[in-house]
Design a protein around this ligand. Structure first.
Ligand code: GZL
Length: 335
């Protein structure tokens, strides 16, 4: 039987293809595949990176620690950081994003002071080809306007606070609530999460709820008004952060009651001041909200700039702390 040359060529070609096919690593669908662009785009290193960060302010121990973490990590990694502080004004923060766009940074990190009002400026960043990572606080924008959210589960922090409070007061309390910055993601979700659990405790009532804007001074002012209006009727305080709880402690003492004893107090953040107050018997529990996001942020930023896939939400890891552990743990705390 005469074998044509073309058949022979086809047969040999098929064998070669078959060999090459079985020597390739099988492509597992579960292995995240780098974005095709990353193979064509030159891969940046930390030293090549220019990162913009629009911080909201310096309103609390938590925020100060968050800023230190971002700046120290940039220094350690050799990243060029363009850091702008909005001094707790949304207009300043929007302006900061616009400045970073003009400077053509590789990527922008932002902790939005409030959830709303970001769509226009985030769209400007997207149009300029600059990705945005939400750090700490979320924004209510279409998901295509930011790459990832790196931060806590504020709803769960509210639920944890209510569960601890229920234990402390044996399911019966008149609670006053010190709310964080109005319209901020942590304030909105800590408010909701706390009430989700409180539904199971009909004898735990929130008799008043006002914003202390996450600051110690406002927390003290608002607590003093609560005490003037309700006096000894108050048996518990739920503070959305430690700074407001420390202000409330001052107001309670000036009113002549014992914070942590006459009035049980639960707050959020687990900052140094909270540990000191627990050691002094003036605070009953603090739910951790981790501000040390620098390492995770820059790792995420480099992946994004290099076109690698990243999760839409990178949750931070947090615990709960009580007075009996405070002395042992305080020396280990970084904020
Ligand atoms: C929470 C953070 C909050 C802290 C406050 O992630 O945004 O802002 O709980 C801080 O202390 O002011």
């Amino acid at each position: 039987m005469k074998i044509s040359r073309s058949f022979l060529f086809f047969a040999v070609f098929t064998v070669i293809l078959g060999y090459l096919g079985c020597t390739q690593q099988p492509v597992s669908l579960s292995t995240p595949q780098p974005d095709l662009n990353s193979e064509t785009k030159p891969q940046k290193t930390y030293e090549d990176l220019i990162v913009g960060f629009a911080q909201l302010g310096a309103e609390s121990e938590w925020r100060v620690a968050n800023t230190v973490s971002i700046k120290e990590t940039a220094e350690q990694l050799g990243v060029e950081l363009r850091f702008l502080d909005a001094q707790q004004k949304q207009d300043n923060q929007i302006e900061a994003v616009r400045k970073l766009i003009i400077q053509k940074v590789d990527i922008i990190g932002i902790s939005p002071i409030v959830e709303t009002g970001w769509e226009e400026v985030f769209q400007e960043a997207k149009d300029a080809g600059i990705p945005i990572i939400l750090v700490d606080r979320r924004a209510t924008v279409p998901e295509d306007l930011y790459i990832s959210y790196l931060g806590s589960d504020f709803l769960e922090e509210g639920r944890k606070s209510a569960r601890i409070m229920a234990e402390l007061v044996n399911g019966k309390a008149n609670i006053v609530e010190l709310v964080g910055t109005i319209d901020s993601a942590p304030a909105n979700d800590r408010y909701i999460g706390f009430r989700e659990v409180l539904k199971d405790y009909p004898e735990m009532q929130i008799i008043d709820s006002q914003s202390g804007d996450f600051t110690r001074a406002r927390g003290k002012e608002v607590m003093a008004v609560f005490l003037r209006n309700y006096g000894n009727k108050i048996t518990a305080v739920y503070a959305h952060n430690d700074d407001m709880a420390l202000g409330a402690i001052e107001a309670i003492e000036e009113y002549g009651l014992n914070p942590g004893v006459d009035i049980k107090i639960v707050s959020v953040d687990a900052a140094r001041g909270a540990f000191e107050a627990m050691i002094a018997g003036k605070l009953n529990a603090t739910v951790e909200c981790n501000p040390l996001l620098g390492p995770q942020f820059f790792e995420l930023a480099l992946k994004v700039v290099n076109g690698l896939p990243t999760p839409k939400w990178v949750p931070s890891i947090e615990g709960i702390f009580f007075p009996e552990d405070a002395s042992k743990i305080l020396p280990t705390r970084k904020y």
